[in-house]
Ligand binder design. Structure first.
Ligand code: FAD
Length: 471
């Protein structure tokens, strides 16, 4: 098949969140787009467990929203009607006592819980309305050809609906958005000098479900406050829960593999759960917990790093998890993937030459992707352990107090979380650099305060000594 029409053609692999947004972005720029997806159309699959989604809901913050708005304001507004805003963390201790921890934003800014399937389907519906887009489900990418020569690249797919027939498609430009285990990336690494690494972290996740409150007399359909991200931090493992619009919560249990594997039966799992998360145990329910232990898949988590993201001929590019899968602890994987799309589109506008833009993208994006992947990994320690330590809370409060009072034109203090989640105008790597400078200042302030206190005590002692001497 030669898929070219009047305009230039773009073939995108992977109709996950990032691939769909990329398809919409290219379509809006007038390219003729074909989006390929390995799975069947999720809108035709009624049973949720068959959809094979990576998590039921996720947090969308400013970077993701800005990228969506850049592509299409209207669809963003429609999606935003279905979010549940979360203004901060709610910590659940071992006795089941809840404590509202640090708010996320300085001025009430929120991150937002959104149903992943709903978002994906919204984007697919929008693509259906574009004349210059076709979406081919049940197409599995097998091979890339001609990514190093000046000939147009082609892609070979296995069409599982057509007796596993192989089909070849040629495009002017191709985009790999086929997720963490990307075949596109593997093919690029085979035929060009693309380096990549994948590292599994010793962490599994198991998804659980807190049902809505069905009591007709209840004040709210939510058993716990929906406007917080709930965390049960237990050092090397933790439970989290994010609200869904219908009153339910999607909860995720993260632990090292050795912890879950040491629980050999559902009874052992229930005992462990009741000891560590007593209030969540009651909210989820014994039967549902046992079923989840037996039936729900246990996901693994990995970090992927790749470079460069473009092919030598500047006609292929890697975006989203395919380029930078990260652990989910900063809630930035999809946000960052959406930002990939915006950055790429802006480079195309700026250079007016898509090949030049693809090549430039690698240099522009590398530092930011490395920075956010590193932060994501570090944030597990913050969520599972640090959030309960006094030292951390004092430091965090000082950080936020400084930010509230030092927000002038010439000097601004910005907490790292604010820069990552709410300040989409600050690239990830710059946020990390600013934070490093601020931490140095904070340490300096700590030393100055401690020094002043020591000088004060010594002065007082000397005064006392001289008084005693005079007597
Ligand atoms: P994917 O969603 O993986 O989509 C890739 C698509 O490509 C899939 O549809 C797949 O079927 C298709 N595909 C794969 N191989 C082929 C092939 N050979 N041929 C054709 N198609 C193919 N991010 C956030 O921003 N906020 C959060 O709160 C958050 N929470 C998370 C919680 C968990 C537990 C996990 C695991 C992740 C979380 N993330 C979060 C990360 C987020 O889910 C990912 O970053 C995001 O889904 C990546 O989107 P993607 O489109 O790049 O890849």
């Amino acid at each position: 098949h030669d898929s070219s029409s009047q305009g230039e053609t773009v073939g995108i692999v992977g109709a996950g969140l990032v691939g769909c947004l990329a398809a919409l972005a290219f379509a809006k720029k007038g390219y003729s787009v074909t989006l390929f997806e390995l799975r069947s159309d999720p809108r035709t699959v009624k049973d949720r467990s068959q959809k094979n989604l990576r998590s039921i809901n996720l947090a969308i913050s400013n970077r993701g929203i800005r990228a969506m708005k850049y592509v299409d304001e209207e669809i963003t507004d429609r999606v935003l009607e279905y979010i549940v805003p979360m203004k901060g963390r709610m910590i659940h201790d071992l006795t089941g006592t809840k404590q509202e921890s640090q708010l996320y934003g300085l001025y009430g800014e929120c991150i937002n819980s959104i149903d992943r399937g709903f978002l994906n389907e919204c984007l697919l519906n929008e693509l259906d309305m574009q004349e210059n887009v076709r979406v081919l489900f049940d197409h599995k990418l097998i091979r890339l050809n001609d990514i190093t020569t000046e000939v147009k690249p082609s892609m070979v797919f296995l069409d599982s609906k057509q007796h596993n027939e192989f089909k070849t498609f040629k495009f002017d430009y191709i985009v790999g958005a086929d997720g963490a285990h990307s075949q596109f990336r593997y093919q690029m690494s085979r035929f060009s000098r693309l380096n990549y690494s994948q590292n599994y972290v010793d962490m599994q996740y198991l998804e659980l479900y807190i049902p809505p409150n069905e009591d007709p007399e209840a004040v709210s359909r939510f058993h716990i406050n929906p406007n917080h991200l709930h965390i049960w931090p237990r050092h090397n493992y933790m439970l989290i829960a994010l609200a869904n619009k219908d009153g339910s919560f999607t909860s995720t249990f993260f632990s090292p593999w050795s912890v879950i594997e040491s629980l050999k039966t559902s009874e052992e799992f229930l005992t462990f759960f009741q000891e560590n998360f007593p209030d969540a145990y009651d909210l989820i329910g014994e039967e549902a917990l046992a079923t989840a232990y037996e039936k729900n898949p246990r996901g693994s988590l990995m970090q992927v790093s790749a470079y460069p993201y473009h092919s030598p001929n500047g006609r292929a590019i890697l975006i989203g998890d395919a380029a930078h899968s990260m652990v989910p602890f900063y809630g930035q994987g999809m946000n960052c993937g959406f930002e990939d799309v915006r950055v790429l589109m802006e480079l195309i506008e700026e250079t007016e030459d898509i090949q030049a833009a693809f090549i430039k993208y690698s240099d522009v994006r590398k530092k930011d992707l490395d920075a956010i992947c590193k932060l994501a990994l570090e944030n597990f320690y913050e969520m599972s352990t640090k959030v309960t330590s006094i030292g951390y809370l004092i430091k965090k409060n000082l950080d936020y107090t400084l930010a509230k009072y030092c927000n002038g034109k010439y000097f601004q203090w910005l907490p790292l979380y604010t820069m990552i989640s709410f300040r989409d105008d600050i690239p990830y790597h710059e946020a990390v650099e600013i934070e490093a400078r601020q931490q140095k200042t904070l340490t300096g302030i700590n030393y100055a305060v401690a020094g002043a206190a020591i000088v004060g005590v010594v002065t007082k002692l000397l005064q006392l000594y001289s008084k005693l001497n005079k007597k």
